[in-house]
Design a protein around this ligand. Sequence first.
Ligand code: NAD
Length: 323
Amino acid sequence: MDNKTALVCGAGGFIGSHLVKKLKKEGFWVRGVDLKYPEFSKTGADDFIIGDLRDPDVCKNILDRQFDEVYQLAADMGGAGYIFTGEHDADVMHNSATINLNMLHFGEKAKIRKIFYSSSACIYPEYNQVDPENPKCSEESAYPAAPDSEYGWEKLFSERLYFAYKRNYNMNVRVARFHNIFGPEGTWTGGKEKAPAAMCRKIASAKNGGEIEIWGDGKQTRSFLYIDECLAGIRRLMDSTTFFGPVNIGSEEMVSINLLAEIVMGIAGKSIKLKHIDGPLGVRGRNSDNKLIREKLNWAPSEPLKNGLTKTYSWIEEQVSKI
Ligand code: NAD
């Protein structure tokens, strides 16, 4: 029997490059597409096309063969330092929306069998995330919509676009809302890194007894999901025959940023002072709500945060030591 085939858009990125490797292990023939090759290791893809998915010709060309599964992860994105300053809003909205418009338009013409889209917890309304102890992020609470960033608005628009293609063109779409995915080989420096990677870098670079800077008072809460569990969730959603999402793929282990720092210090075996400074923050509290994923896919992430952080810290410490 021929291998199943998959196309991964954004295969040079953090989640995409890990997803390619997982699909290869599962026996897929994989084509990856991105503006760049993965930064930290060789791609696992059978075929890797460097291309700009904002360009309609690129989207048309990469779909020149039949794919069993398409994963659309490409987006103009980054952590709070990229998304919440407002400086990149036009690019974020234009670039990501164009990619999704192109992929659905040409995907429909190419008769792709199934397409996955990665949305984000950033679509949830700001008004439900003001109490750091009690954020509400159940799937149905997305409306009335009030995301706290243009990045979130684009994700919400694109979610709707995917489901419109499902309704009008009978496309088999799957949508997940990721909550802060982290792990080795993720962006860890340069301005697009997210909290866990930034924390690991700061602590790995600091001397025992030294000091690091934290944006805000550190009492803002978040949950973080290790990459392997994110990939397991994606594959479960793709394999479901009855459930399409949108569904949260995230951890329910909510921590304050101060506690995140304490956990990483524990892993590093260092004691470091936290200096709280002004910085871009996002919502006050956010946590995944996994009721729906448990109910529909009979599964939810369960690995403790500390385990994923231990693996990530060790990788980032190695990167820091190479500077
Ligand atoms: P990433 O930035 O590492 O990967 C995105 C990839 O898309 C990059 O390699 C980038 O080069 C590529 N890309 C951007 N514009 C492109 C274009 N015009 N043409 C071709 N490729 C292009 O991000 P990631 O963390 O791997 O995230 C993957 C997806 O998951 C994104 O859609 C992101 O919005 C979503 N998401 C991620 C998280 C997270 O915590 N990592 C949380 C919520 C949602």
